[in-house]
Design a protein. Structure first.
Length: 152
């Protein structure tokens, strides 16, 4: 499997506005960064870059939503999942499954396995590493992904 980079890190929080304020105050995140609502996946997120890595600070819009449930299960906010960019998502998934991994349904799209997303083909593993969920993304190259869904 060829992992090319950490595409993004997603943090589950109860109050994205409060968390974003702390990132702005303590880590110099731009005041221009705003919280956006994603109705399909039922979350609110602030997305910004620090040290060359995309951070997604995310709050569920529903009390039983993906991120709220994760916080309730663990008793604290924190790193929810890492998204690893891979050169070939099908090869990465095959290798992970050959080593015992199980695929997980995408909570936004209700698809298990590789499927289109705004930035690339994605898939999620049911398995965690040190309590952190794993996502793979094969980022679109120029000219790919013309039928990308928006607002996920």
């Amino acid at each position: 499997m060829k992992v090319t980079q950490i595409k993004h890190m997603t943090f589950a929080v109860r109050d994205v506005d409060r968390s974003l304020d702390a990132y702005k105050r303590l880590l110099g995140v731009s005041d221009e960064v705003q919280v956006k609502e994603f109705h399909k996946s039922r979350n609110r997120a602030a997305v910004f870059e620090l040290g060359g890595i995309e951070f997604q600070v995310t709050q569920s819009m529903d009390a039983d939503g993906r991120f709220a449930s994760w916080i309730d299960q663990r008793g604290h906010e924190g790193l929810h999942h890492l998204c690893f960019a891979v050169e070939n998502i099908d090869a990465a998934l095959a290798e992970a499954q050959a080593h015992g991994a199980t695929l997980k349904e995408c909570s936004a799209c209700k698809v298990t396995g590789s499927h289109i997303h705004p930035e690339g083909w994605v898939a999620f593993l049911q398995d965690e590493v040190s309590g952190i969920e794993i996502e793979f993304m094969q980022v679109y190259k120029e000219g790919e992904g013309g039928d990308r869904p928006q607002g996920v």
